[in-house]
Design a protein around this ligand. Structure first.
Ligand SMILES: C[S@@+](CC[C@H](N)C(=O)[O-])C[C@H]1O[C@@H](n2cnc3c(N)ncnc32)[C@H](O)[C@@H]1O
Length: 211
């Protein structure tokens, strides 16, 4: 299974958004236009936190938090936020499928993370639990189309990294998300008018659920 702490400690990693690339910042800003600018926003499995960094500059009145299982990426992000003078952006170590934080947020955002979490339904429940009433969960998850896609495209170390998905151990469906949250998920990509064809790929589901 992927050892993310080792990856960030040993690799000269890129500060990239792993699903959707740089476009994710503009799409999230559009999401704010659609649903209202949140008071606070947490990215769970934030990695190098492309979205939180991009958004914190544009929305200075919103508090952004990034949580990740890797101490190294959390420390790197803290240093960078300090260097940039961003006082509305903070980071902490925390891990799915359960979260230590008991704080609620207007937006709980978890993209490109559930692929690496064994107990996906428990993770969705933990994320949903952190959403304030009236707030939103934005969730990207692996499904059977992701598995088929990875099986076709990935070899070597990438297969190891995506072992849980390839072994069908953490695949979710739209109905699973509906069952766990008790609400009807909508497509995030549709809500934010993501035009690029890659966002329409059913192997890359991302839903938004309002509490
Ligand atoms: C592919 S990166 C995605 C980063 C970012 N969300 C993005 O979209 O670019 C996956 C991130 O999830 C983190 N992660 C993996 N397992 C996790 C877990 N159980 N709880 C929290 N974070 C986890 C990793 O450390 C890594 O930073």
């Amino acid at each position: 299974m992927m050892d993310w702490e080792r990856f960030y400690r040993e690799a000269d990693y890129d500060r990239c958004a792993y699903v959707g690339g740089e476009a994710m910042v503009n799409l999230a800003a559009r999401f704010f236009e659609r649903v209202g600018v949140p008071d606070d926003f947490v990215s769970v499995g934030c990695g190098p936190a492309v979205c939180p960094f991009g958004l914190a500059e544009r929305f200075p009145d919103t508090e952004f938090v990034g949580l990740d299982v890797s101490e190294t990426v959390v420390a790197d992000n803290r240093e960078r936020a300090d260097d940039m003078g961003l006082d509305n952006l903070s980071f902490a170590v925390d891990a799915l499928p359960d979260l230590d934080t008991d704080r609620e947020f207007d937006v709980v955002y978890s993209v490109a993370t559930l692929y690496f979490v064994a107990d996906a339904e428990r993770a969705v429940a933990a994320l949903w639990d952190r959403v304030r009433d009236g707030g939103h969960l934005v969730l990207n998850y692996p499904n059977r189309y992701s598995r088929a896609h990875f099986d076709r495209e990935f070899d070597g170390r990438r297969r190891e990294a995506f072992e849980l998905v390839l072994d069908s151990r953490n695949l979710l469906t739209y109905d699973d998300v509906r069952e766990v949250t008790g609400r009807r998920p909508r497509s995030y990509w549709k809500l934010v008018d993501a035009e690029d064809r890659e966002f329409a790929d059913r192997a890359r589901p991302c839903v938004v659920v309002q509490k």
